[in-house]
Design a protein around this ligand. Structure first.
Ligand SMILES: NC(=O)c1ccc[n+]([C@@H]2O[C@H](COP(=O)([O-])OP(=O)(O)OC[C@H]3O[C@@H](n4cnc5c(N)ncnc54)[C@H](O)[C@@H]3O)[C@@H](O)[C@H]2O)c1
Length: 266
């Protein structure tokens, strides 16, 4: 389609199936001229769907549990071997709540599970960046993006402990963004995306209700996964070189709304 990412190399995590936001990001990055490596947890890779994306994108798939420092080190080293050097962009598109999955109420959380949720959904972002930092794996003026949700700022009761995970994710983006910015001119941002029909999204109780609610509340309607992929391309491209340490709403205007006549009528 274009060449916004011509000559750039990047790593895309989290493409589970064709609904995944990361799946669309991978496709768009390649359309814009990037070379990519795909990664996901070994258990997700066993489902096999990622192989068709890999073929389409002419990309290797390197398994890595994003909570394992050993796996991450292998991922980044193998990626540098594949690219023949450092890379320019990284997408963290990973989230999972154990308590939500097991149907535990927010007022009755299992704290061991909560720790696991934080590790998978937020600390893994730090682990990725710390590992890349130590390996000096990212080119100067590189771009790192994580995906967040507005439950980090406002209450969405069924989002449960994922709200705290996203608040932590956004904070890690700011804190690491400082270090990566001053040392390497690498930028770190999160995109706060509209509710999106994916496996992770639909795991939240009452998802369809709040999908429809957000759609009505947002002047532009919910932002799609394809729209999110375009926004990622822009953030990976040289057109956004001075944007860092931000949580960027990609939500059709939802985050600025107070009241919607369309919803009141309904
Ligand atoms: N779907 C939504 O409504 C929505 C809205 C805002 C933000 N997000 C965020 O977008 C990101 C991507 O989610 P999605 O909606 O595309 O769903 P998805 O289910 O397609 O993607 C989640 C991915 O996380 C991966 N994952 C889980 N545990 C992992 C681990 N230990 N190591 C490596 N990978 C692991 C899964 O295999 C999967 O590919 C998540 O951070 C999610 O919270 C989603």
């Amino acid at each position: 389609m274009g060449n916004l990412l011509a000559g750039k190399k990047g790593i895309i995590s989290g493409a589970l199936n064709s609904e995944s936001i990361a799946w669309k990001v991978a496709e768009r990055c390649v359309e814009e001229g990037a070379q990519i490596v795909l990664t996901n947890a070994p258990v997700a890779m066993r489902m096999g769907e990622i192989n068709s994306l890999a073929e389409k994108c002419n990309a290797p798939v390197i398994g890595a549990d994003a909570t394992s420092l050993e796996d991450l080190e292998k991922l980044f080293n193998s990626s540098m071997e594949h690219f023949g050097g450092k890379f320019d962009f990284v997408l963290h598109s990973i989230g999972m709540s154990v308590n939500v999955r097991k149907g535990k109420a927010y007022t009755d959380l299992n704290y061991d599970w909560m720790q696991k949720t934080y590790d998978v959904s937020a600390v893994s972002f730090h682990k990725m960046m710390q590992t890349m930092w130590k390996l000096d794996a990212v080119n100067d003026w590189g771009s790192i993006v994580g995906l967040s949700y507005i439950a980090a700022q406002r209450v969405f009761p069924d989002y449960s402990e994922m709200a705290e995970s996203k608040a932590l994710l956004e904070s890690i983006a700011r804190s690491f963004g400082y270090h990566y910015g001053t040392a390497k001119k690498v930028r770190v941002n999160t995109i706060s995306q509209s509710p999106t029909m994916t496996t992770a999204g639909q795991g939240i109780k009452g998802f369809m209700d709040f999908f429809n609610y957000a759609d009505k509340m947002s002047p532009l309607g919910n932002a799609s996964a394809e729209g999110c992929a375009n926004y990622c391309v822009m953030l990976f491209s040289d057109l956004s070189r001075y944007v860092t340490m931000q949580n960027l709403y990609h939500d059709g205007g939802f985050s600025s709304m107070g009241m919607s006549p369309a919803l009141i009528e309904q």
